[in-house]
Design a protein around this ligand. Structure first.
Ligand code: GDP
Ligand code: MN
Length: 418
């Protein structure tokens, strides 16, 4: 799920007509001071990270003066909240809170629901998971019919909210659902939804996550990869994602496991597993012989030869790797000749650039005999150290890892001499 910072979600709220506190996101303590000066009243300084519970971890601080805002920002910027570094803070007018509510929309994928659920609770401010069930009003939404204003009036009033507050809050919940739908959210939460002492209702926080499968409908969000990421994606990731984004036949998951400077120091191989569990087994085999992986790749779910080909090309292009390992530690229920074809084509193109390069291939499962023939015939006569294994060795991770290690050592020695 593509996650968003609080300030980004609040921009969506603003566009949707949901009132939000006045404020600005900044990157330095000085800018925090200037923002507080401009607001000219007490402020709250909030860490912008993809994590909740900031209040409890000291990542939300109050400041009565611009100097205090500067100090608060200084304390929060650079701190880690649930392992995530704070690079930006939101400086907002401090609200004079009379009551905190919770409002949210989620997608419930359970068999009985399989659709959006709107939620409202008069107990806001805390984790919704810790609110007693009878204090949360739920409404399953029929996506074809959508909702009418009276639906959210009923939802909010069922929790005992009355009068003017009822109309204001129900209006926010209504708009929340509209925004949820428009943005293809999996989650859109306001916690707390604040009622101030002078009778205003505002969204004091926002948690928003958009469905990865819907990101193509939102180019305005500028998200390059529809997959969960903690860092800005590198070029390697962008290339890997391009194999997935337009071709849904099978999966090719590729991750960068080491910085290029590390790989350049030696001891790394290009890694390619088939199927998650099998791929872990192969990584283990390499660890045991002191080989490190430059990447993690998993092609499974019956990918096409072209998808496999592109993955092998990407792996073989990692500068400084000293071997390529296909870890097919599984009797796959997919037809393995697609793998064989893709691998042969990529290696025939790449190996001539790396004389003597170590290659260990383990491939078994459906169409194993044919796949083995394709590999053996296709890779014959290349100037490389190629070893090809079948089901005889599928339980023999230690042996296979050992073979790769031997070939890598030979290759390294040879290159030192020349
Ligand atoms: P979270 O802990 O990461 O969910 O961060 P929140 O934005 O929800 O802030 C945590 C708590 O700080 C809220 O539940 C409020 O009690 C409090 N808080 C946040 N903004 C304000 C504000 O503007 N005024 C006041 N008085 N309290 C606030
Ligand atoms: Mn919150």
């Amino acid at each position: 799920m593509a996650k968003f910072f609080e300030y980004q979600g609040k921009e969506i709220f603003k566009e949707s007509g949901i009132p939000i506190p006045e404020g600005m996101v900044v990157k330095t303590p000085e800018d925090a001071r200037r923002t507080a000066e401009k607001l000219g009243r007490p402020v709250v300084v909030k860490a912008q990270v993809w994590a909740g519970g900031r209040g409890k971890s000291g990542a939300v601080k109050f400041a009565d003066t611009p100097e205090e805002a500067e100090a608060a920002a200084k304390a929060i910027l650079g701190m880690k909240v649930k392992g995530l570094e704070v690079k930006q803070v939101l400086v907002e007018e401090k609200l004079d809170i009379a009551q905190e509510f919770y409002a949210g929309g989620i997608i419930n994928s359970a068999q009985e629901v399989r659709g959006p659920v709107l939620m409202f609770s008069p107990e806001g401010g805390m984790d919704i998971e810790s609110v007693p069930e009878d204090k949360i009003a739920l409404m399953n939404v029929d996506v074809i019919k959508g909702i009418m204003p009276y639906d959210t009036l009923n939802l909010v009033s069922s929790m005992g909210v009355k009068g003017k507050n009822l109309r204001q809050i129900a209006d926010v919940v209504f708009k929340l659902f509209k925004a949820f739908q428009k943005m293809d959210c999996r989650t859109l939460e306001i916690n707390p939804l604040v009622l101030t002492n002078d009778g205003k209702v505002l969204a004091a926080d926002c948690r928003m996550a958009v469905d990865d499968q819907a990101l193509f409908r939102h180019p305005e969000l500028g998200i390059k990869i529809g997959r969960e990421f903690l860092k800005e994606p590198t070029e390697f990731y962008l290339i890997a994602w391009s194999f997935e984004e337009s071709d849904f036949r099978g999966t090719s998951y590729v991750a960068q496991m080491a910085e290029p400077e590390e790989v350049a120091k030696g001891g790394y191989v290009g890694y390619h597993g088939i199927g998650g569990g099998a791929a872990m087994l192969g990584m283990d085999a390499l660890n045991k012989v002191d080989l490190k992986v430059a990447d993690y790749a998993d092609t499974s779910g019956n990918p096409t030869a072209s998808k496999v080909y592109r993955v092998v090309k990407l792996i073989m292009g990692i500068p400084g790797i000293e071997g390529y390992f296909l870890a097919g530690f599984m009797m796959a229920n997919q037809e393995q000749w697609h793998h064989a074809h893709g691998i042969v084509k990529a290696l025939r193109e790449e190996l001539p650039k790396k004389p003597g390069f170590p290659v260990v291939l383990l491939l078994c499962g459906n169409k194993e005999k044919e796949s083995q023939e394709i590999l053996k015939e296709g890779l014959a006569g290349l100037d490389a150290r190629i070893e090809i294994y079948d089901r005889e060795h599928v339980y023999d991770a230690k042996f296979i890892g050992g073979r790769l290690k031997t070939l890598v050592d030979e290759y390294r020695k040879e290159r030192l001499v020349s």
